[in-house]
Design a protein around this ligand. Structure first.
Ligand code: SF4
Length: 282
């Protein structure tokens, strides 16, 4: 029998739970109004499909919003977009995760103090795009140690990270930035949920033969967990739902560890566990 070890911190984090609950409450209290998000509320297609069934529609383009309610997703929103919506008298329901909100505040303060602001993160991620909007002109987005090495001519640097970055990579980049100036302010803005999941990925990978990481293919924190397990040399599959699991992966396997990204609902995790057990029986 395969031993299944499920991570303690698997599935919805605090910020995602909060965003989904806020969206559901908004939908039930405003049945006759148009409710939109600009991009997915959270990075899990199965959950966003469920939300669409309740009338919460993802309208990627803010220009298409003319009335009703817009829910700001857990990753926040660029202030220019937010202001345009407010001018159009759109009702805003803010589901920005408080950890992301904290970064926005730090960045605003650094801007006031005339720091060059280094954001470590994925430039295409909505959270990074939103934070950039608060940073002003002296913002530098980097994703690697090499990019940090190339920086020069900066007198004062303030550093923040996208909440779902790799803790190890963040440390390495900050070590590099310390060589650039004496006036360096480092803020560890990687959120608690991410840190715990990454720690568990390391521990579980050492205890089992194979790893399964469950979460949206568009979820940054899920992708990072899968990458971490692979870097530790553990055969790993990133799947979005139970049907994506190829039974051949678990052939001749005695133990498997399960991780799930911060936007993966419990029912998907339970379905995957059921499928693993089924695979064994067949
Ligand atoms: S992963 Fe962290 S920052 Fe993102 S929603 Fe969850 S708690 Fe908030």
């Amino acid at each position: 029998m395969i031993k299944i070890k499920l991570a303690k911190h698997a599935g919805f984090c605090f910020g995602v739970k909060r965003a989904v609950n806020l969206a559901l409450k908004t939908a039930s209290e405003n049945k006759t109004k148009k409710i939109a998000t600009l991009g997915p509320l959270i990075h899990n297609p199965q959950v966003t499909r469920e939300l669409a069934g309740k009338g919460i529609i993802d309208i990627a383009n803010p220009q298409k919003v003319r009335s009703g309610i817009v829910i700001v997703c857990s990753h926040g929103m660029h202030p220019l977009v937010l202001n345009k919506l407010k001018k159009k008298k759109i009702t805003i329901v803010d589901a920005t995760c408080p950890f992301v909100r904290k970064i926005e505040k730090i960045v605003k303060k650094l801007k006031k103090e005339d720091y060059a602001i280094v954001i470590i993160g994925d430039q295409e991620h909505p959270e990074v795009k939103a934070i950039t909007g608060y940073a002003g002109k002296k913002v530098i987005l980097i994703e690697s140690v090499e990019a940090a090495r190339k920086l020069s001519g900066l007198k004062k640097i303030g550093v923040v990270a996208q909440t779902t970055q790799s803790v190890e990579k963040y440390k390495l980049i900050c070590r590099e930035l310390k060589k650039k100036t004496k006036h360096l302010k480092i803020f560890n803005t990687i959120c608690d949920a991410t840190q715990k999941r990454q720690e568990e990925a390391v521990c579980l990978s050492r205890e089992v033969e194979k790893m399964i990481v469950i979460g949206g293919y568009n979820s940054a924190n899920t992708k990072r967990l899968a990458k971490l397990c692979l870097e530790l040399g553990r055969p790993t599959r990133h799947i979005e739902q139970a049907k994506d699991l190829d039974p051949a992966f678990l052939k001749n396997t005695n133990s498997v560890g399960i991780l799930a990204g911060a936007s993966t609902p419990d029912w998907i995790i339970n379905n995957v566990i059921a499928r693993i057990k089924q695979t064994e029986e067949s």
